[in-house]
Write a protein that binds this ligand. Sequence first.
Ligand code: FE
Length: 136
Amino acid sequence: MKNMPESYWKEKLTPAQYKVLRQKATEPAFLGKYVNTKEKGVYECAACGLILFSSEQKYDSGSGWPSFSDLAAKGVIEFRDDHSYGMYRVEVACKRCGSHLGHVFQDGPTPTGQRYCINSCALNFKPENSEKDTKS
Ligand code: FE
């Protein structure tokens, strides 16, 4: 999917998603739709649908962006050096489609010590019991 032309993504994604996923924009802190989501489920790449993160590793970092201490599975993420804005950060992108997701920092909780700081609009949340009404 890395060979898809930009016109494909422009058509498929909303303008806000396109800005983040394809142009590496960062959504404003605390305004993303998944900042406070605590339901069980998985988070897919909003561009290509690859499962990237799980609610199991989601935690409240206080940063204003959805934060995860690990990936849903090994190898779903591509790491890139990012020297923009006069600092050094490690960018994280979807391994399958190459879309920008956010950054990873080394100040996360144990045991990984990692904080994947991800834009809400780069993700699609799939609740674990989506087909079932769990109210009883
Ligand atoms: Fe993707």
